[in-house]
Ligand binder design. Structure first.
Ligand code: NAD
Length: 359
């Protein structure tokens, strides 16, 4: 059955990088991937046309799509929109919420060719391959009550950190299943020494563990996890954690790889429908210059093929093509180093496409 894919270029470098990823998608189509591809507006680009960051038309297309490929949203042009609900980021949050994309997969992979770009020593990061599974639609970012109010003559800010057992269980299952497909090690990160909500988190992970006897489950407090990530990151295989801890740890893990322009991500719901996007933002400082790194977006296409479209062979082919291009010494400016050849966004797209075809 033909599956629908929605491409949302977004703002800043978004259109430049999604254009290259779309070429790879088209090459997959030519190799038999049965998909219908359409485009839509999200973020600032949508605000400029429709006065809102997530127009009904985009949401409708998103609901119908099996996979959504997003560039990035936001930029200084829209930072002064007074109504916060109309800011570009709200468009992105809206899609996540409306589609129930609760499972955020953020791989942190250090390509051996780029190990020098990490702020850590080569031996600590070369060959690093961690998958962080972050709960995306619950926890303290969404818990009620929340607000800032006057109490006893001073202002008080408050948020609520809340997870139900079913929310923990569904992200737990995503993580256990991910570990089964990888090196069978799952580390659940919490703060069970202080926070009741994460005592429950730990209990649910323990309850699920016997159903996945091939997976070795361990637990770590979040402060220790932050420390271990920079001390000995290769000890981790799959990490599962809540929304806020995952937000912070996945950014730290991203930096271990030294190159934010290389990291894809996926956000999935229970039916396997997903939104795929690079981990970086819209990079307004380099937008329109043709120098942005398109590899994170191209690798996001590979994740889409693997997790939403059940086409792992084509996914692997894309990843191998990226590896080949790096082996050949081609680099966009953000990952360039001595002895490599600096190329533009389009030239990088050309090279990956050529490598993909040649494999
Ligand atoms: P950013 O990730 O856009 O940029 C940080 C730095 O990394 C910049 O110097 C940028 O030039 C560089 N960079 C990022 N991606 C790159 C790429 N593909 N190739 C080469 N260099 C790259 O983060 P920021 O500057 O904090 O945010 C800029 C805008 O992006 C803001 O409006 C922010 O809200 C938005 N943002 C959007 C998303 C998203 O759409 N998911 C995520 C983060 C930030």
């Amino acid at each position: 059955m033909t599956q629908k894919i929605l491409v949302l270029p977004g703002d800043g470098i978004g259109p430049e990088i999604t254009a290259q990823a779309s070429r790879i998608l088209a090459a997959c189509q030519a190799r038999g991937l049965d998909v219908e591809i359409e485009e839509g507006l999200l973020g600032g680009a949508a605000y400029d046309v429709h006065g809102e960051p997530l127009p009904a038309e985009t949401l409708e297309k998103a609901r119908a799509a099996r996979g959504i490929l997003l560039g990035a949203v936001g930029g200084p042009k829209w930072d002064r929109i007074e109504d916060l609900a109309k800011r570009p980021e709200k468009g992105l949050l809206g899609v996540r919420k409306q589609l129930g994309l609760f499972g955020n997969l953020r791989p942190a992979i250090t390509y051996p060719q780029l190990a020098e770009a990490s702020s850590l020593k080569r031996e600590l990061v070369a060959g690093l391959d961690i998958m962080i599974v972050r709960e995306l639609t619950g926890g303290i970012y969404f818990g009620q009550p929340r607000g800032i109010e006057e109490r006893d003559g001073e202002r008080v800010g408050f948020n609520t950190y809340v997870y139900s057992e079913s929310e923990i269980e569904r992200i737990g299952r995503v993580a256990f299943e991910m570990a089964q497909k990888r090196n069978k090690k799952l580390c659940s990160v919490d703060k069970a020494n202080v926070l009741e909500v994460t005592i429950l988190w730990r209990e649910v992970m323990e309850r699920l563990a016997p159903e996945y006897p091939d997976v070795e489950l361990s637990h770590m407090y979040v402060d220790n996890a932050a420390m271990q990530l920079v001390r000995a990151p290769k000890q981790f295989d799959v990490v599962v954690t809540g929304n806020m801890f995952g937000d912070i740890l996945s950014d730290a893990a991203a930096m271990l790889t030294g190159s934010i322009g290389m990291l894809p991500s996926a956000s999935l719901n229970e039916s396997g429908q997903g939104m795929y996007e690079p981990c970086h933002g819209s990079a307004p400082d380099i937008a329109g210059q043709g120098v942005a790194n398109p590899l994170a977006t191209i690798l996001s296409v590979a994740m889409m093929l693997r997790y939403s479209l059940d086409a792992p062979t084509l996914a692997k082919r894309i990843e191998e093509a990226v590896g080949k291009v790096l082996d050949d010494g081609l680099r966009t400016a953000d990952i360039a180093s001595e002895g490599t050849r600096t190329v533009s966004t389009i030239e990088m797209g050309d090279a990956v496409l050529a490598a993909f075809e040649a494999l």
